[in-house]
Design a protein around this ligand. Sequence first.
Ligand code: PLP
Length: 389
Amino acid sequence: MMTHNPSRRIFLGGSLAATAASSTGILTPAALAASPSMDVPKVIYGPQAGIAKLNANENPYGPSPAALKAIANASSSGGAYYAYNAGMYLTDMIAEEYGLSAKNISVTAGSSLILAFAALAATSKGVILGPDLFWDTTSKAPIRQGGPEIKRVPNTADLSIDLDAIYNAIDDNVAMVHICNPNNPTGKILDPKKLKAFCIKASKKTLVLVDEAYNELIEDGPSHSMIPLIKQGHNIIVARTFSKIFGLAGMRVGYMLGSEENMSFINRFGLGGYSLNQAGLAAAIASYKDEAFKDFSREKVAQAKDMILTAVKENGLTALPSSTNFVFVNLGDNGDANAFQKAMAEQNVLIRGQYRAYKPWSRVSTGRIEDVKMYVDAIPKALEAIYRS
Ligand SMILES: Cc1ncc(COP(=O)(O)O)c(C=O)c1O
């Protein structure tokens, strides 16, 4: 006979976590830290009480009040039906915003999905070119199917994206250049004039993807966006998400914009509207023009970043300037981001570990102010732990 075991039905996404969960029934903070996508069996829909979840660049102040109301309404009146009409409604809202047509836009369950489809489409023709350090999760997706590795160009000494070197690395084999602006995990932003000039020049040679997941967090987001280049006919696609400033990471809505030709080629690798759900779309529709909520979120992010940067300085560390809702902290020459992550997890604070070869660099997201306070308070002990060992 089957027994009911709720913990078994939860996706844990890592063997370390699975072990910790099955032996104790509850994930340890260290196990939680192993993956940003993990949940605790007894708290299915969000972080466990007492845990500061600062590892996945979410906005814990969402969903907005208007989005919550819309989620309830849409679920009761539309939850039984596929979400075609709501998908078209949101697509039209976005199209109108940029003077584009519905055929220029693909809405999917989070931007990761359409970004992965773009990566699959690109690697059917050649390789993806990107910086050494960027949010490469989706451009790595084709590798699992035997597709090519990403061709990487070193970042500059200050960890910026080296646009000149990337341009020089475009050859006939490159099917897409992948740029995140602002970048993750660095939080750095490119000069908009330089990026625009790069996009125009590079897109004459190959398709250019600009992932603008954090654009709305920038003071003057529209002046940094490459979306207007699409209307001007350049070979550029842009990704956006409702996961960051809108506080809807768990509601899964994102989108891509591009020429009709590019979008129809990328959509051949996708699912049409079948990844969409009424509740997520309702939340996105209710949030898209909610300027008050966006301002409120930007304020919370700014307050949290101030706290992080002050604490970083007080503890003798440095950090990169951040245009996002996370900070890339340099733990010092002998710093070890994985050891620091572990020492933080032991104090119930979840942050990210090492990226690629960048051992001393540690990424922390902004989050609830009380959670950021936990991070700030935990720094001295965590540093002591890593420099003692
Ligand atoms: C640059 C960037 N793009 C996309 C995503 C994923 O967003 P989504 O939740 O829309 O899949 C992230 C998530 O952290 C990100 O940092």
